[in-house]
Write a protein that binds this ligand. Structure first.
Ligand code: SF4
Length: 720
């Protein structure tokens, strides 16, 4: 067997070092991917971890099969411990995952064993962006990185840019400490879903800092505006579990779901009623509903927040709002009446597809909960968690990242792929002084790096993460239970070593340190030594759970002015995060490539979704290759004629079209973000995903759409 197919197991999985039959220790404890003769039957064990595939922060359990075999080392027979991580599951103790995982969580295993994972540090060996690298030692790579950091800090520390992901976890806290030690500005979040609109709106409508959670499990009527919560928004496992309870978990009560979105998403598919709003029409719909509630005389309390909401809605022109969102005024009034009559309604306010006015749209939708009196109550919208402020305050924001990148003398990247999610940033990456990546793979962005210092896989490192949404105060945590498969290093210690090398040392926070702080802050016992017990218990459980979430309150609210944009007209293009690949990060996992797309059942590719009317005008059928052209770029992709698409609205899921991302993803399909230019939410700077006007053209290039099933599900045609 090739030794690269093994990796070592440490800690409780191995039970410590193994003594060989001949009395000498085996050199490694390694897991096995394929059977081998002479291996004794394995023993199963489960180890808690934290899913690293999205910001939801689900607690997981890894199933490890361990065994022993005899091998010869230096002419001696020794017994060697071997093991394989065979399966990931949700951690039933964790209040976010509750023992469940989504498809991306399950496929996290294929990142650990990914054949294209970097074996060690790399140095660029060709032009930037070409993706040619040569292996170098850690000493050499660290020296190169430290020299670049030293020179950038001395030249102009304000031009040091750290691009990361919008997570509240141990890594974010250590990146913040690293940048503080250098005297550099905070890290920037880069991606297509950083929840900036949701966070800013929570502050405007409720006076809360962070992402609110919606207790839909206890609601009787859920109106979701722009939040595809069953398709990947914020915390898909948490919301799918809650949705199941809302529908079938209460004898005699079946909660009702109305969903407003510009595509027939998974949430729309599961809804009792779908309101097909024009792309960008979410703000107008929320304002129209607010006006309808004001007209109905809905009034819960004379609070200042309610007065603010009432004032914001009182002058809305319902007919203008209806024209701008594409939903008839009578329907808006009808839904308003339903909301007012429901015993426990809640409005889920989100931006699954970020627009130029998403912050306003989410704020206006959030204000509906204020009018309905559904803030901070059972079955309503609940405040974000307040524990471990070090982690939540370290969550990077997307504000101003493009300008900072364009002016960077040093770019460091951890977990972000701007060359893919914002293709126009490639020019800035090409011109930056030095680019240092901490990626485990050569992806679209690390192809621009001068040096790559590969991070451990999430299963190989310790973790503490705050969930992106939770009904209770909680954290997911883990200690490492497998040693690194390759010559990688945890990015937290790499950052500490780099800071020390340039004379700016800092002490990285580790999992035990973070949990001890949590213990101190929640007052979970004051006796000497109690902290150790708390920390060990949390690590053993893989999580900690406290009482109801209730922090982050600033007390200040202020919705500001809203303005309804002009009516939308076709043909409009929008991109959206795919269920299987998220923002593209899962595309190098063959399990996810093989997973049929929920809309088109496409596999190993993603199509342009075109409505039947437009398709017939263009003479396009399923699988025909179509060119889409906007003012910002063009792409070619197979068409899927989607019976539920809104006429004049073309959609495409994000995930394919990587220039570099290993053997399963590189050069496969098209990147829909290439049609969007630098669109962003006007208030937060978050990357917007449409709409832009496109021109479509059928190409005479045959057909290319692999579908799991050519039969469409019984999709209702678009109707209001
Ligand atoms: S929702 Fe996110 S964190 Fe949870 S299992 Fe799925 S990918 Fe992992």
């Amino acid at each position: 067997m090739d030794r690269r197919n093994f990796f070592r197991v440490v800690g409780t999985a191995s039970g410590g070092a193994i003594t060989g039959a001949c009395g000498r220790k085996s050199e490694e404890i390694i897991p096995l991917l394929v059977p081998e003769e002479g291996i004794t039957p394995g023993v199963e064990s489960w180890h808690p971890g934290v899913c690293g595939e999205c910001a939801a922060g689900c607690g997981i359990l890894a199933r490890v099969m361990a065994s022993e075999r005899e091998i010869e080392v230096d002419g001696e027979r020794v017994r060697q411990r071997i093991a394989a991580v065979k399966k990931l599951e949700g951690n039933p103790n964790d209040p976010t995952s509750g023992g469940r995982l989504c498809a991306r969580g399950h496929a996290g295993l294929q990142a650990l064993y990914g054949p294209d994972r970097l074996r060690g540090p790399m140095r660029r060996a060709g032009p930037r962006g070409e993706g040619r690298f040569e292996a170098v030692s850690w000493e050499s790579a660290m020296q190169e990185a430290a020299e670049a950091i030293d020179s950038a800090v001395s030249e102009d520390v304000e031009r040091v840019v750290f691009l990361s992901r919008p997570r509240a976890d141990l890594r974010a806290a250590n990146i913040a400490k690293f940048l503080l030690a250098l005297g550099a500005p905070p890290a920037c979040a880069v991606g297509v879903r950083d929840f900036a609109a949701e966070m800013q709106s929570a502050e405007r409508a409720y006076g809360w800092r962070g992402i609110p959670a919606y207790a839909i499990r206890d609601a009787t009527l859920v109106l979701s505006i722009g939040a595809d919560f069953l398709g990947g928004w914020v915390s898909p496992v948490l919301y799918a579990r809650q949705f199941g309870h809302m529908r079938r978990g209460r004898p005699g009560v079946r909660g009702r779901l109305i969903h407003a979105e510009s595509r027939f998403s998974l949430t729309a598919w599961n809804a009792d009623r779908w309101l097909p709003v024009w792309p960008g029409g979410e703000l107008a719909l929320a304002l129209g509903l607010g006006r309808a509630l004001v007209d109905l005389g809905v009034s819960v309390s004379p609070s200042r927040a309610e007065q603010t909401a009432r004032t914001a809605f009182a002058d809305v022109d319902l007919d203008k709002a209806s024209a701008a969102c594409g939903i008839p005024a009578a329907t808006i009034r009808e839904v308003g009446t339903e909301l007012a009559a429901a015993s426990a309604p809640v409005v889920v306010a989100g931006a699954s597809i970020v627009r130029e006015h998403s912050s306003d749209a989410v704020a206006a939708a959030s204000a509906l909960n204020v009018l309905l009196g559904r803030v901070g109550v059972a079955g309503g919208v609940l405040p974000p968690p307040s524990v471990l402020a070090d982690l939540s305050e370290a969550r990077p924001s997307s504000d101003g990242w493009r300008e900072r990148l364009a002016n960077a003398n040093l770019v460091m990247i951890d977990g972000a792929n701007p060359a893919y999610t914002s293709p126009s940033s490639r020019e800035a990456l090409e011109n930056a002084g030095t680019v240092i990546s901490l990626s485990s793979f050569v992806d679209d962005t690390s192809a621009y790096a001068d040096v790559i210092l590969p991070d451990h896989d999430p299963l190989e490192r310790e973790a503490v993460a705050l969930p992106s949404a939770s009904l209770v105060e909680s954290v997911a945590c883990s200690a490492p239970f497998v040693a690194a498969l390759h010559d990688s290093r945890p990015a937290d210690s790499v950052l500490a070593d780099l800071a020390a090398a340039v004379g700016k040392p800092f002490e990285p926070l580790d999992a035990r340190g973070a949990l001890a702080r949590l213990h101190a802050s929640v007052g979970a016992g004051n006796e000497a030594g109690a902290s150790d017990g708390f920390v060990e218990s949390a690590l053993e459980q893989g999580c900690w759970q406290g009482g109801p979430a209730g922090g982050g309150a600033t007390g200040e609210t202020g919705l500001g002015e809203f303005e309804i944009a002009d009516s939308m007209v076709p043909a409009l293009f929008q991109a959206y995060e795919s269920l299987q690949f998220g923002a593209g990060g899962g595309a190098n996992r063959p399990w996810l490539q093989e997973l049929p797309d929920p809309t088109s059942s496409a596999m190993w590719g993603l199509p342009l979704e075109i409505d039947p009317v437009t398709a017939s005008e263009l003479g396009v059928e399923n699988g025909d290759i179509v060119r889409a052209r906007s003012d910002h770029g063009s792409l070619e992709a197979p068409a899927y004629v989607n019976p539920a698409a809104i006429p004049g609205v073309v959609s495409m899921a994000v995930g394919q079209g990587h220039s570099h991302f290993g053997r399963y993803a590189s050069g496969r399909g098209a990147n829909p973000m290439s049609l969007l230019g630098d669109m962003q939410d006007r208030r937060t700077g978050a990357t917007a995903m449409g709409p832009v006007r496109v021109h479509l053209e059928r190409l005479d290039k045959g057909r290319a759409l692999i579908q799991f099933s050519r039969q469409d599900r019984d999709v209702p045609p678009h109707r209001v």
